[in-house]
Ligand binder design. Structure first.
Ligand SMILES: [Zn+2]
Length: 287
């Protein structure tokens, strides 16, 4: 699933391309992805000008000029956004080979066409992703449902430590809980625990003050670095300036089961199921 760094990467890319652009047409191919509001959403969006592309956690929020409604878009498990204009192809989201394919294809669920002829394709193999038009009250409710957002001023050590108070759940489950911390998914939860030298199955309320601080710093450092390298899951990416980036080369534990630990160089990376998810760690350097 695309996590905070992948969604932030596509957000930053899209901002450069679509802000100020006017929507000419929206074709909603899958009513599932539009949650049954396809025709109403398409007619609302026609003629609207993109004012901003925001994000909270893994959710993208498109804002429009002179209108209070927003369009939320979630990529979920297999969602992808591909922007196409003449020779420029920019994609983000789930790892895939669509950039080489002709669009639309059989996984295209929504097509946004702008007045200048550029197009934004929302592809989603498994159709768990969605678009939803929301009014200001609904948007406020959605945002209030998210926990603290890393890499923003509200993400302080004090607020982070508060999340751990009286939590009997394990650390991995806590990091994955979007209502507590926004945007961290399976890959980065494992990398954060490793960087903080803490085992992911530890009970959250057993962590010492120094350990919580290490986790706090690791969360920011890992996510920031992943954004710099344009995320992990999207490895076919080449942007209009020819930039290629991938954080997967910098992963220390995720997907590295049985390999020697890159950090301590003595342990082997183990994999078990924690919080219902495949979880990677090194017992030599994580406690
Ligand atoms: Zn190790």
């Amino acid at each position: 699933m695309p996590e905070l760094p992948e969604v932030e990467t596509i957000r930053q890319d899209l901002r450069k391309k679509i802000i100020g652009k006017k929507i000419k047409a929206v074709e909603i191919i899958s009513s599932t992805v539009a949650r049954g509001c396809g025709p109403a959403t398409a007619s609302f969006l026609r003629g609207k000008c993109i004012q901003e592309v925001d994000r909270i956690g893994k959710l993208l929020i498109f804002l429009f000029a002179k209108n209070n409604h927003s369009l939320t878009l979630h990529l979920k498990m297999t969602g992808q956004l591909i922007y196409v204009f003449k020779q420029t192809i920019i994609g983000g989201g789930h790892s895939f080979a669509t950039l080489n394919a002709k669009l639309p294809d059989r996984h295209t669920r929504v097509i946004f066409t702008f007045h200048d002829g550029s197009k934004l394709f929302f592809n989603d193999l498994r159709k768990f992703g969605y678009i939803k038009l929301v009014d200001p009250a609904e948007k406020a409710k959605i945002i209030a449902g998210f926990g603290i957002e890393p890499l923003t001023p509200v993400f302080t050590l004090k607020a982070f430590a508060q999340v751990f108070k009286n939590k009997k759940t394990n650390l991995k489950a806590l990091l994955l809980n979007q209502k507590l911390i926004a945007g961290v998914g399976n890959i980065y939860a494992d990398e954060i625990c490793h960087a903080a030298r803490i085992l992911p199955f530890r009970r959250a309320d057993s962590l010492k003050t120094a350990e919580v601080k290490r986790l706090f710093l690791a969360t920011q450092a890992i996510l920031k670095k992943a954004i710099t390298y344009r995320g992990t899951t999207f490895n076919n990416y080449v942007d209009s300036e020819g930039n290629v980036g991938n954080f997967s080369k910098h992963l220390k534990v995720y997907g590295a089961q049985n390999a020697r630990c890159k950090t301590c160089r003595s342990g082997r990376i183990q994999k078990t199921v924690v919080a219902g998810r495949g979880t990677h760690f090194c017992v030599e350097c994580q406690r």
